[in-house]
Design a protein around this ligand. Structure first.
Ligand SMILES: O=C(O)CCC(=O)C(=O)O
Length: 277
């Protein structure tokens, strides 16, 4: 790898109220990652947090009692529930959890559309609500790029990652290396397994990432708030950011999109893709 380019956090941070799409687009293309502050109303995000807490608690209680509905067992492949598909957040007889509707009305759609140069499709199969608990370090996600697990690695895809509560200080956050990578690193099975067997299909060796990044300036773990959105392309090296001092759980959404117009309708159906605009 050639020497990485370091981007300052300030150059990658944008305020939704004074959003400059051209500057943000340039920063995203160059570094692979940007942060938009206060894009959603934090009170509204708080109501989604309460729903998420309830659904996670419900499924956990059902799991313990042996009454978990069919289809949810895959969420426990990690020994404990760490994620739910966004599609699984709706409960019978309750107002549907239409997170995507919120996104569809936001400045994200025109922004993503100009990044892709074509309509934005939501990849439902790869869009999740995640719970990270500081007391379960074995479930924290090691360094990886999203490309390999998206199964269409060369296809442009963006992950909009947003916390439902404050993250990065008292609760686990996300650490990214916005160094403008444009290639996928090979996943070496033995290294990935040694790093964390739960994530062995895509984990990268921590020492290799740190050596390649080369400087603390190459890693960024901003403290983020409900309403903020971190956008990453599928080449960005990233991992869960957690410290020994953290005490609180973190719920977050990974909303993945792509310009799926060119894909076959069968493939779009397989991924539950939906055009957002
Ligand atoms: O939320 C986390 O802790 C990790 C999320 C992640 O790696 C991802 O969204 O690709």
């Amino acid at each position: 790898m050639t020497s990485p380019v370091y981007f300052s956090p300030e150059s990658l941070t944008f305020q939704a109220a004074r959003f400059k799409p051209e500057t943000a687009l340039k920063a995203l293309r160059q570094s692979g990652c940007i942060l938009i502050r206060s894009l959603f109303n934090p009170t509204l995000i708080g109501s989604y947090l309460r729903r998420a807490e309830r659904v996670f608690a419900l499924r956990q209680a059902e799991y313990t009692a042996g009454t978990l509905p069919k289809g949810y067992h895959k969420n426990y492949d990690y020994g404990r529930m760490t994620y739910l598909s966004l599609r699984e957040l709706d409960l019978p007889h309750e107002v549907p959890f239409r997170f995507v509707d919120l996104v569809a009305k936001s400045l994200l759609i025109p922004f993503l559309r100009s990044y892709y140069g074509s309509p934005v499709w939501w990849n439902q199969l790869e869009s999740n609500m995640r719970l990270q608990q500081p007391g379960l370090p074995e479930l924290q996600i090691p360094f990886h790029q999203d490309g390999p697990f998206l199964r269409m690695p060369e296809y442009p895809q963006l992950n909009c990652w947003l916390p439902l509560g404050a993250a990065g200080q008292d609760a686990p956050g996300l650490e990214v290396a916005p160094i403008g990578l444009s290639e996928l690193w090979p996943v070496i099975p033995a290294e990935a397994e040694a790093e964390n067997p739960f994530y062995a299909s895509y984990a990268l060796k921590t020492e290799k990432v740190l050596a390649a990044v080369g400087s603390p300036e190459g890693l960024w773990h901003p403290v983020v708030w409900p309403g903020d959105v971190l956008i990453m392309d599928s080449y960005v090296l990233h991992r869960t950011y957690a410290t020994a001092e953290m005490q609180k759980p973190r719920y977050s959404v990974e909303l993945r999109s792509l310009p799926a117009n060119g894909l076959s309708s069968d493939l779009r159906k397989q991924y539950g893709m939906k055009m957002l605009g």
